[in-house]
Design a protein around this ligand. Structure first.
Ligand code: ACO
Length: 373
């Protein structure tokens, strides 16, 4: 019998050519390109195209891809009506899950919609979806989700959220975070998408399931939890005291640790630079960054643990004026590119994903009659 591994740790559950996590060698690579080079020389739309098509776009292809995503930002009126009915108290990740599922009813995968078109549609409209609901829930207004002329997804999101063109450095920081979040091989949500795909289910079901997996605080939900943690402390000294107390109680500190990385999360180093840059512009930001750095020091000293991508992303998003409950939906807007690439890859060489279990229940026994139980 095969060996049992709790949480599938260390199990090679499939092959992929989308990304590799190579902690010793070139770090994280998307289709062979090192992530640090992508954040320096590419935009999120380049990366989305790379993940979905296998190669980086040339200038003309990038221009056409941006235009095609832009044309997919509007939402069908039935989806808007459904979003208007979701209570303001709902978690935005529940809104994403419901919105994705509803779109699958209105624009189902079929003869006239191929998987590439659905992937582009979801990349193009997820930002509109969450912000349409957000504006209804928070201000009672039905936002025109096509209102601005921003070319990039990051710019469109910030413009639609704040009602004005974003600062260049905010647009750039969000774009970098989208690149970093786009893909990470067989993480929990991607594996969920591949498992659903492996049953020959439809594209929307795979993405809806992946959103459900991402929602949890051990996965994508950690960026929201990290912000709540940073905001708990007024000073770095308070943070040190609070973290030591939490560790004594064996609490998990959100935004730290990783299943695959053992020494450092290379994505964290990149986003930390942007967190510091944006935080330096205000006293509130400087305080947040000092608190975060002290938490990082304490975690390294006490537990030999390092921040993952979610930790400093929280400060970047907060400094861009993004409400904390919208942090994980931002992860969805980016990671949908990775999910889509994996769905296509799974379909191209499919075998149903069906592992076995190690039985830990009672030994075989007879069913007693009702009056003897
Ligand atoms: N805080 C405190 N202790 C931790 C943390 C943490 N964040 N992460 C790991 N540990 C400890 C565990 O308590 C455990 O200690 P023990 O051996 O004394 O019991 C040891 O390190 C191993 O941790 P596991 O939870 O077994 O590691 P696993 O690989 O199963 O989990 C995970 C990885 C889920 C990321 C974990 O580190 C964690 O819960 N981190 C906090 C949540 C988080 O930040 N998630 C985001 C992941 S990255 C992303 O989605 C972009």
């Amino acid at each position: 019998m095969a060996e049992f591994s709790k949480g599938l740790a260390g199990i090679v559950a499939g092959q992929t050519s989308v990304a590799i996590i190579d902690e010793e060698g070139g770090g994280l690579q998307y289709r062979g390109y090192p992530l640090n080079q992508l954040t320096e020389k590419a935009t999120f739309e380049d990366v989305a195209y790379l993940l979905l098509h296998g190669e980086l776009p040339n200038a003309a292809e990038l221009k056409a891809y941006r235009a095609s995503l832009k044309a997919k930002r509007d939402l069908p009126s039935a989806l808007k009506e459904a979003l208007e009915r979701i209570p303001a108290s709902a978690h935005p990740m529940d809104v994403m899950r419901t919105g994705c599922s509803m779109l699958g009813c209105l624009e189902p995968e079929g003869a006239d919609r191929d998987q590439g078109a659905i992937a582009d549609r979801l990349v193009g409209c997820f930002g509109s979806m969450i912000l349409y609901w957000h504006h209804v829930a928070v201000g009672g207004t039905k936002a025109d989700v096509t209102v601005d002329s921003e070319d990039t997804l990051a710019g469109h999101f910030l413009h639609l959220l704040h009602g004005e063109a974003p600062l260049d450095e905010h647009r750039k920081a969000l774009d970098i975070s989208f690149i970093l979040y786009a893909e990470h091989e067989f993480n929990a949500s991607t594996f969920t998408a591949r498992t659903i795909t492996s049953t020959l289910s439809d594209f929307y079901s795979a993405v809806t399931g992946a959103i459900g997996a991402l929602r949890g605080p051990l996965h994508g939900g950690a960026n929201e939890a990290a912000m709540a943690l940073i905001e708990r402390f007024g000073t770095a000294d308070e943070a040190e005291k609070g973290i030591l107390e939490s560790l004594k109680k064996k609490d998990k500190i959100m935004g730290f640790g990783h299943r695959v990385y053992k020494v450092r999360d290379p994505r964290s180093d990149i986003i930390k630079v942007w967190a510091e840059k944006l935080a330096s512009g205000s006293d509130e930001g400087k305080r947040q960054f000092e608190v975060a750095e002290r938490i990082e020091q304490v975690m390294r000293r006490e537990k030999d643990l390092f921040p993952n991508l979610d930790f400093y992303s929280a400060i970047v998003y907060n400094r861009c004026g993004i409400p904390t409950p919208l942090f994980t939906p931002l992860f969805v807007m980016s990671r949908v590119t990775g999910w889509a690439a994996h769905i296509m890859e799974q379909r191209a060489d499919n075998r149903i994903i069906r592992p076995t279990s190690e039985y830990a229940g009672p030994a075989v026994r007879d069913v007693p009659a009702l009056d003897q139980r």
